[in-house]
Design a protein around this ligand. Structure first.
Ligand code: ATP
Length: 303
């Protein structure tokens, strides 16, 4: 698989405290990678390191295959745009003036494409309005537009919907999906709420206390969270035969327990089992929600 970013046992210590403690992470090309963890888990620290705002204490990472210690990492960073913590912009400038300023900072030869960029993020009608008078959602979209100046193919967003109202959240979500699908931009997006990411992420990395607890695809997460019925029977071998005949998906847990990923008609199932000489002792519906799954990985506690 082609990866935009990989980290290898990445460590960042602040006077002995490890904000990142051997983090391994893999972001496939084309992914919307949801980076989830409680407040203080180390998400912003990782983002600061890959943006070059801070140096790792140990371990390393590769960006587009280039190790962070190599000089041409700067070139790889040109393919990346980021909004770290709150978006920064010139408050007394309009949206377009801000984008022009960013072009100058990046040393780009012209201002072409900036109007299209404003349109892309939905700020084309803001005219001469100063950025200081923008709503929170507009500021966030301006931050994303600024990160997109220079035409990066990797966009890094640190908690982009923090503090936004529901309408603002939907707008940012749709913008991220558009950038990913129409412009093939790989996106790293951090959040402390798994549910919020579940509407757009294709891959997940779950971090806790500076360590990667689990990386998984959206399909794998869905499978881990889907509804299932847990059965206790006298023998799972005849149960497997009955379920195979019915074309149901299941997982055998032991000689007497199994999980079915469907809603079986219990009376019919019990009758079919009895014909096989198998007894059904109990059937319990389980619904592992996203949040329950997340907590099973990182534990409860304050957020
Ligand atoms: P949040 O969602 O709150 O931003 P986070 O997952 O982004 O959380 P980080 O900001 O990466 O977490 O912080 C990880 C840990 O490192 C926290 O315990 C934080 O207090 C600590 N930390 C971060 N920056 C510094 C610093 N400059 N000096 C000392 N400790 C720091």
């Amino acid at each position: 698989m082609d990866y935009v970013l990989t980290t290898d046992k990445l460590v960042k210590s602040y006077r002995g405290f490890k904000a990142l403690d051997g983090l391994d992470m893999h972001i496939p090309k084309g992914a919307i990678y949801g980076f989830v963890g409680k407040n203080g888990a180390g998400k912003t620290t990782l983002i600061r390191l890959i943006c070059g705002l801070q140096e790792p204490s140990a371990g390393g990472f590769t960006l587009y295959g280039i190790p962070n210690r190599r000089r041409d990492i700067a070139k790889a960073r040109r393919r990346m745009g980021a909004v770290v913590e709150t978006p920064s912009f010139y408050p007394d400038m309009s949206a377009l003036e801000n984008l022009k300023q960013q072009s100058l900072i990046l040393g780009l030869p012209s201002f072409t494409g900036l109007e299209e960029l404003l349109e892309l993020v939905g700020l084309e009608d803001t005219g001469r309005k100063k950025a200081r008078n923008f709503s929170l959602g507009m500021r966030q979209r301006l931050g994303i537009a600024l990160a997109l100046v220079g035409d990066p193919d990797f966009l890094v967003l640190d908690e982009p919907v923090n503090g936004l109202d529901p309408q603002g959240i939907v707008e940012i979500r749709e913008l991220i999906l558009k950038l990913n699908r129409e412009q093939q931009i790989t996106v790293l997006i951090s959040s402390h709420i798994l549910d919020e990411l579940s509407r757009l992420a294709t891959h997940y990395g779950i971090i806790d206390r500076g360590r990667m607890v689990k990386e998984l695809s959206a399909g794998e997460l869905e499978a881990a969270c889907r509804k299932c019925v847990r059965l206790e029977v006298s023998d799972t071998r005849p149960l497997a035969r009955v379920l195979d005949r019915a074309g149901m998906e299941y997982r055998i847990l032991s000689g007497t327990a199994a999980e079915i990923y469907a809603q079986p008609k219990l009376s019919q199932l019990a009758a079919a089992l009895s014909r096989e000489g198998c007894e059904l002792f109990s059937a319990q519906e389980r619904d592992e929600s996203l949040e329950a799954y997340y907590l099973s990985l990182v534990g409860g506690g304050h957020d």
